[in-house]
Design a protein around this ligand. Sequence first.
Ligand code: GLP
Length: 243
Amino acid sequence: VVIGAADELARLAADAVEERVRARAALGSRAVLGLATGSSPLAVYDELVRRHREEGLSFAGVEAFLLDEYVGLAADDPRRYRNVIDQELVSRVDLDPDDVHGPDGLAADVPAACAAYEIAIVAAGGIDVQLLGVGADGHLAFNEPGSSLASRTRLKTLTRGTRADNARFFDGDVDAVPRHCLTQGLGTIMQARHLVLLAAGRAKSEAVHQLVEGPVSAMWPATVLQHHPHVTVLLDEAAASRL
Ligand code: GLP
């Protein structure tokens, strides 16, 4: 656990990504990144873009997987997470868009699409570094409270609270936020080799308290990280205020 200023936390998360990208490139193999949407990782993406432009950090050959996706948003909808990540990171660096994958929120056969997503992650060699945010209710990706700690990529129903939290991306209209999503499961996330979680603000302090100090419970999904051997938790003072 590191408590620090926003820019310092973004640098530490970017360090974890850069280290893995460079190490893999030196070995002639591809790094596999797990990308998250939401506001928490934005400063990390800005820092990675800066390193790409100013320090020659290359993402050529890197493969990336998203944590989750809304169900039913049109392919060109700017709120679709696949499009959000294009805008925030992919289009600003030399990451090949064809090497960026997300669960298919428009799939006709949802269970098949979810199974295919799990297989794609394994086929890529597994995720080296996974960036994570956390919901105020302790959700990881879209694994809401009550999610099985062993869950895999699947369809989930979003809680009213999460839809309200995310309404800010839909002109403040909670009814415009999709009711369903596809999300990597907690079991999927736990298979990444290094997890880097960022949380900022007092609204996250209870989730952070549970994550770090609470008993492991499906009612606070992020507590599953206590069973992972390599987790970096990056917090600002407010998010850390209940530790
Ligand atoms: C969203 C996303 C999560 C994200 C979380 C926190 O619902 N599906 O992946 O980590 O909520 O979001 P934010 O970083 O904007 O607070």
